[in-house]
Ligand binder design. Structure first.
Ligand SMILES: [Zn+2]
Length: 120
């Protein structure tokens, strides 16, 4: 796979996150990649999924493809409290029951805790 372009636009309309499938709302910043691998496709990823990338990259070799986010978080859910909370929020599309989006700084703190060996 080759990435042709990568940008971080602010959404002017709703998009689906390619990683967690939640709706990226108007006004949210997201990752937009145009990739080619025989076919050409656009990958759109919400800021919350991007914040979790350090967990996906942890122990990954440079030439290995990025594993699927939701599966990886779910497999790691028992590693620490931070992993478990991230898995729960990811499975619910980074939204609370009232529809509010989970605070991005909070996600960043959980990721930092999870990648430091877990909240011991
Ligand atoms: Zn997402």
């Amino acid at each position: 796979m080759q990435t042709l372009t990568e940008s971080h636009p602010r959404a002017r309309k709703a998009h689906d996150c390619s990683a967690c499938h939640r709706t990226i709302g108007r006004g949210e910043t997201y990752l937009r990649q145009v990739n080619v691998d025989g076919d050409m496709w656009v990958w759109k990823e919400c800021a919350h999924c991007q914040a979790c990338r350090p967990i996906l990259l942890d122990g990954l070799l440079a030439d290995e493809p990025l594993p699927p986010l939701l599966d990886t978080l779910h497999e790691l859910a028992y590693e620490s409290g931070a992993h478990a909370i991230l898995d729960m929020h990811a499975q619910h599309g980074w939204r609370y029951l009232d529809g509010g989006v989970v605070n991005l700084d909070y996600v960043g703190q959980l990721v930092a805790t999870a990648t430091k060996g877990g909240g011991q």
